[in-house]
Design a protein around this ligand. Structure first.
Ligand code: SAM
Length: 286
């Protein structure tokens, strides 16, 4: 069989550009041209992409709200030996989009699945961040519901690997506010905006300094947030008062001990100072 020829009964996960049309790969073009049909998250967007690429192919819609019914339909066509390319709005299918469900369905039904790798916002942002790329975690979009969101932020606070988060522009300011109220203030943060597009912008700053951003202009375009992992020693301090006491009994002055614990936890020294004084006031009242 010719190398790269289309295999009947196969689902092809085809990565498409995240902003720059020239990022489409030769192999992606070949697959999109030669499969029996294309399943797309948004048929209008993909229709535009295909017409710019000069490709004419039957399109069916496959998105979050029809994925159960359309998944069964796609499976039946693959089982009858048709080949299908799955594309999402932009980037790599199955990363924060409904692609993962059809992949699972195909695997469960012994349908061959293969990938045509290419652009992915998560990977492009981590390589541009300048933060540690040896170990990282992908969080996708943060939960919106209060309780779940709070729990997730607490988990991320304790994460010592670099964290990748997707965010919509109209939710960015609130997310940065949440980070400022939960995370260590000196933790590095990188905002990757409109990557591969003409307005690409990479802002490398710290959690506390994000307060200065977007005072005069609103966030615009697509964003990925990269957050530095926490320092390992920070996560083991659960009781700052006890830590301060330990340092004092080893001979350190109270204010120096407070300063050191604050540094280890990545919080302002005032926060530890107030916490300790509040706790000792409460003990005095008892
Ligand atoms: N499957 C896609 C991928 O491979 O990255 C991601 C799909 S997810 C629904 C869309 C999110 O990806 C956006 O909200 C944004 O966080 C991020 N994104 C996509 N394109 C981007 C770009 N050019 N610049 C920055 N972020 C982008």
């Amino acid at each position: 069989m010719e190398k790269n020829s289309i295999i009947p009964g196969t689902l092809y996960l085809v990565a498409t550009p995240i902003g720059n049309m020239s990022d489409i790969s030769e192999r992606a073009l070949k697959v999109l041209n030669e499969v029996t049909f294309i399943a797309a998250e948004d048929t209008r967007n993909t229709g535009l992409l295909l017409s710019r690429l000069g490709i004419s192919k039957p399109l069916i819609s496959y998105h979050e709200y029809n994925k159960a019914e359309k998944g069964r339909y796609l499976l039946a066509r693959l089982q009858s030996n048709e080949s299908c390319a799955l594309v999402t709005d932009a980037g790599t299918p199955a990363i924060s989009d409904p692609g993962a469900d059809i992949v699972k369905l195909c695997i469960d039904n012994n349908i061959n699945v293969t990938g045509i790798p290419g652009p992915c916002a998560a990977i492009n942002s981590i390589i541009l961040s300048g933060l540690d790329t040896k170990r990282f975690v992908f969080e996708g979009f943060l939960p919106l519901q209060n309780k779940e969101r709070k729990e997730r932020l607490e988990e991320i606070k304790k994460e010592y690997r670099t964290v990748i988060i997707y965010e919509a522009p109209h939710k960015l300011i609130k997310t940065l506010e949440d980070f400022r109220s939960v995370m260590e203030q000196d933790r590095k943060i990188v905002l990757c905006r409109e990557m591969t597009k003409i307005n690409e912008e990479i802002i490398r700053t710290t959690v506390s300094s994000t307060e200065q951003l977007y005072k005069d202009v609103s966030p615009k375009g697509e964003y990925v947030i990269i957050l530095e992992g926490c320092k390992k020693e920070r996560i083991i301090i659960t009781d700052p008062e006890e830590e301060v006491e330990k340092l004092i009994s080893s001979g350190m002055k109270k204010m120096d001990a407070i300063k050191q614990v604050a540094k280890m936890m990545g919080v302002p020294k005032n926060e530890i100072y107030l916490k300790i004084n509040k706790e000792s006031d409460e003990k005095d009242k008892c």
